[in-house]
Ligand binder design. Structure first.
Ligand code: ATP
Ligand code: NI
Length: 355
C-alpha cells in the first residue's frame, strides 16, 4: 500500500472534432482519487463530467473524440500512452464502469447469469461450473434474493433497481480497484436510489475500491462523497472535501448549486442563465456571465488558477481568492437572479472598472 493516489488526472483536455469546430468538452481538468475513497464529480448537464470519466478508460468514441493533452496516471501508468490492448486489460478489469440506464447495459436475449459469466471470463479463466458459482455469489453479494434461482432469468424479469444490482454484480466480477459510476441511480425512484447508494458504499468497504461517482445531485454527493470536484463548462471550479463543500462552499457557482438543493435554505433558487458554449468558450471565468459577483477582471484571460480556499486540499478557481482581491465579497449573500446588477461590462478589450 502506498500513499500515491490510485488515479491522478493531470491537465486533461478532451475535445470533439465536429463540423462546427472543436468542442472543448474537458478543458484542463486535474484531480486525484486516493485508494478506497469516493470522489464525486458534480455539475450541471453538459459540464463535462461524463467525458472526463470516459477519457479515463478511453471508452470515448475516438474520433470524433480525442484526448488532446494531459496525463491520466492509473496506479503509476499513463493510460493515455497505453496501447489499445493494454487499455482493454484495464477496462472491465481493474476499472469498471456503470451507467445511468441499466436497460441498455444488459442484453435482453441472454440470461443474467450468462452475462455475469461473460464479464467474469473477460479477464479470468474459470470453468463453467466455477463461473456459475461465482455469478451466484456475486448476485447474492449485490442483494438479489434467491440468487441461485434468479441466475437463469432474463433481464426483463428484473425490476429497474434489481437490474442495476445485476449491472453492479457484473462490474464487480473482476474485483476492480476503481469503479466509475456515471449517474447510476438517476433513472431509479428515490427509495431504490438510496438502497443502491447504500449497496455501493457497503461494497466499497468490502472490496476496498475507489469510486468516482458522477452526479448532478448534491443530495447524492452528501450521502456518498469523501471529496468533490465541481465542474462547469469543461473546467474545475472547486475541489473540496465533502464537509468543506457543504460548510464552506467557496466558488459562487458551488454556492449557487447549493441554493438549488431542496430543503437547504427553505427556498430553492434556480441558477439564472445557461452554460456557455464549449465550442467557442468565453475568456475569463466560464461562470462569469451568470455570476452575481463578476467584475470586468473576471471576463479576461484564462479560467483563474485553482488556489487554496479554506485548507490546502480545498481549492477554488475564482479570481476573488487571488492576491489583490477580497474573497469576502463572494461570501456575502447576493440575489442570484437578475444577477449582474453590480457588474459593468468592459467597454473596450482592456476592461475599465476595477473595483
Ligand atoms: N460526441 C460528441 N460530439 C460533440 N460534442 C460532444 C460529444 N459528446 C459530448 N459532447 C459535448 O461535450 C460536453 C460535455 O458533455 P458531457 O456528456 O461530459 O456532460 P455531462 O456533464 O456528463 O452532462 P450530463 O449531466 O448531461 O450527463 C457537452 O457540451 C457535450 O455537448
Ligand atoms: Ni453525463
Amino acid at each position: 500500500m502506498t500513499d500515491d493516489p490510485l488515479l491522478s488526472v493531470r491537465d486533461l483536455h478532451t475535445v470533439f472534432h465536429t463540423d462546427e469546430g472543436t468542442v472543448h468538452a474537458v478543458d484542463g481538468v486535474s484531480f486525484d482519487v486516493k485508494r478506497g475513497e469516493t470522489v464525486c464529480i458534480v455539475g450541471e448537464s453538459g459540464s463535462g463530467k461524463s467525458v472526463t470519466t470516459e477519457s479515463i478508460t478511453r471508452i470515448l468514441k475516438m474520433p470524433p473524440g480525442e484526448i488532446a493533452s494531459g496525463e491520466i496516471i492509473f496506479d503509476g501508468q499513463d493510460v493515455t500512452a497505453m496501447s489499445d490492448k493494454e487499455i482493454r486489460q484495464v477496462r472491465g478489469g481493474r476499472i469498471s464502469h456503470i451507467f445511468q440506464n441499466p436497460q441498455s447495459a444488459l442484453n435482453p436475449v441472454y440470461t443474467v447469469g450468462a452475462q455475469i459469466r461473460e464479464a467474469i471470463n473477460t479477464h479470468q479463466d474459470l470453468s463453467k461450473t466455477a463461473a456459475r458459482e461465482r455469478s451466484i455469489e456475486l448476485l447474492d453479494e449485490v442483494g438479489i434474493p434467491e440468487a441461485a434461482a434468479r441466475i437463469d432469468d432474463y433481464p426483463h424479469e428484473f425490476s429497474g433497481g434489481m437490474k442495476q444490482r445485476v449491472i453492479i454484480a457484473m462490474a464487480l466480477a473482476c474485483e476492480p480497484d476503481l469503479l466509475i459510476a456515471d449517474e447510476p441511480t438517476t433513472a431509479l425512484d428515490v427509495t431504490i436510489e438510496s438502497q443502491i447508494l447504500d449497496l455501493l458504499m457497503d461494497l466499497q468497504e468490502e472490496f476496498d475500491m475507489s469510486i468516482i461517482f458522477v452526479t448532478h445531485d448534491l443530495g447524492v454527493v452528501a450521502e456518498v462523497a469523501d471529496r468533490v470536484i465541481v465542474m462547469y463548462a469543461g473546467k474545475v471550479m472547486e475541489r473540496a472535501g465533502v464537509y468543506d463543500l457543504f460548510d464552506n462552499p467557496a466558488h459562487p457557482y458551488t454556492r449557487a448549486l447549493l441554493k438549488c438543493l431542496p430543503g437547504s435554505s427553505g427556498t430553492i433558487e434556480p441558477i439564472g442563465g445557461t452554460l456557455p458554449s464549449v465550442l467557442n468558450p468565453p475568456d475569463g471565468c466560464r461562470f462569469a456571465d451568470r455570476c452575481p459577483y463578476a467584475i470586468d477582471d473576471c471576463t479576461v484571460g484564462d479560467q483563474p488558477d485553482l488556489v487554496p480556499a479554506t485548507t490546502g486540499e480545498h481549492t477554488v478557481s475564482c479570481l476573488y481568492y487571488h492576491d489583490g482581491y477580497d474573497e469576502s465579497v463572494v461570501l456575502e449573500e447576493r440575489p442570484q437572479n437578475g444577477a449582474n446588477a453590480t457588474r459593468s461590462r468592459p467597454v473596450s478589450g482592456t476592461g475599465g472598472d476595477r473595483r
